[in-house]
Design a protein around this ligand. Structure first.
Ligand SMILES: NC(=O)c1ccc[n+]([C@@H]2O[C@H](COP(=O)([O-])OP(=O)(O)OC[C@H]3O[C@@H](n4cnc5c(N)ncnc54)[C@H](OP(=O)(O)O)[C@@H]3O)[C@@H](O)[C@H]2O)c1
Length: 332
């Protein structure tokens, strides 16, 4: 058992946290070395770039048949065309998917045939500077990062069940810590829009999605969420130079360089791949990981790495959000 301190000075006891032998610097290929995924089928959203591409490489190198679900299948061409670059016995192909468009999600689900062993909900957007809405009137970060993935995961439930022991992996972020899901105003209709609150809220929702999926345990489906750490990717595209400088990743000349604690994309994809395919995660569900370890729960906003906010693991909030998501999809 692990003991955490609360704001009131009392301690609270957590169930034992799952640990693995892998450091925060382990690469995606290292955390599943020796794992055979031949005959396993995987979907990776946003798999054409950044952490998604490294997730695709590692799963395919271990033998999986990987589908990249992407807005721009042409961008995935290098991964699709050169399976040799991926190595191993796996295959890679790309299908169109725009998570912010329910019609596109429904088309992807309709076209899917057969069982699905691994679904990595990786795609995401961060800190859109102005409040942007989808045609359904949904705030764009919530729509892309959470609602689109909720539609995809629930739409593929039968395929996941048919795999017998499927795994859902939801890529969240440490930004969830400061932003619980706001059931009263999820789309910023009555509160002022804040790019980071919107991102953080969507990432809390992502963790709650994994917790809510515990209802599928009898189908052999497990679901876990993670924070990949800090990695320079396309994700920072909406940040202006002042913000990049404030983060310490842009110098006076405008050159962008990672800070020492930043990971490479190969390292950033490791926790996703660990949750997707490592035998160490067999049967584990509804939990949150960072740096290849299960994170410690915090009841107050610390903003520290290696922590998961209690609000994001709350089973009641997860069930309420599942109902919210179901209603949102029905009425869209
Ligand atoms: N990088 C970090 O430091 C960091 C930290 C914490 C969490 N994360 C999380 O890690 C995940 C991967 O991000 P990344 O760093 O690899 O960034 P990235 O390189 O920008 O990748 C994000 C992917 O999401 C896809 N995407 C965006 N909107 C989409 C939509 N509407 N429909 C389908 N796909 C869409 C993008 O595809 P397009 O090519 O079509 O745009 C892209 O492939 C995200 O969920 C992010 O929140 C990253």
């Amino acid at each position: 058992m692990t003991t955490n301190s609360q704001a009131d000075g009392h301690s609270r006891t957590d169930p034992a946290l799952l640990t693995t032998p892998f450091s925060s610097r382990a690469r995606a290929d290292e955390v599943i070395a020796g794992v055979d995924l031949i005959g396993r089928r995987a979907v990776v959203t946003g798999g054409a770039s950044g952490l998604g591409a490294e997730t695709v490489r590692a799963l395919a190198a271990a033998g999986a048949e990987v589908t990249i679900a992407t807005r721009r299948p042409d961008v995935a061409e290098p991964l699709v065309r050169k399976p040799a670059a991926v190595g191993g016995a796996g295959t890679v192909h790309a299908e169109a998917l725009d998570l912010s468009d329910l019609t596109s999600v429904a088309a992807f689900v309709r076209a899917w045939r057969g069982p699905l062993d691994i679904l990595v909900a990786n795609a995401g957007i961060m800190a859109l500077p102005t409040r942007t809405l989808t045609p359904f009137g949904w705030e764009m970060q919530l729509a892309t990062n959470y609602l689109g993935h909720f539609a995809l995961v629930t739409g593929l439930h039968t395929a996941l069940r048919d795999a017998g022991s499927a795994r859902v992996v939801v890529v969240s972020s440490g930004a969830h810590q400061g932003a619980p899901f706001d059931f009263e105003d999820p789309h910023f209709e009555r509160r002022p829009y804040d790019p980071w609150a919107a991102y953080g809220q969507s990432k809390s929702a992502d963790i709650l999605l994994a917790v809510g999926a515990r209802r599928w345990a009898a189908d052999g489906i497990t679901a876990n969420a993670l924070n990949p750490g800090y990695i320079l990717t396309g994700l920072q595209r909406h940040l202006d130079d002042d913000t990049m400088r404030a983060f310490g990743v842009m110098d006076d000349e405008g050159d962008v360089k990672p800070l020492p604690y930043y990971k490479t994309p190969e390292q950033g994809a490791a926790t996703s791949v660990l949750l997707a395919a490592s035998p160490l995660l067999e049967g584990v569900t509804g939990r949150y990981f960072e740096d290849n370890q299960e994170a410690r729960i915090t009841w107050e906003y610390e903003g520290e790495p290696g922590r998961v906010a209690a609000h994001a693991l709350d089973p009641e909030a997860a069930d309420r959000l599942w109902e919210y998501g179901t209603d949102a999809l029905r009425t869209a």
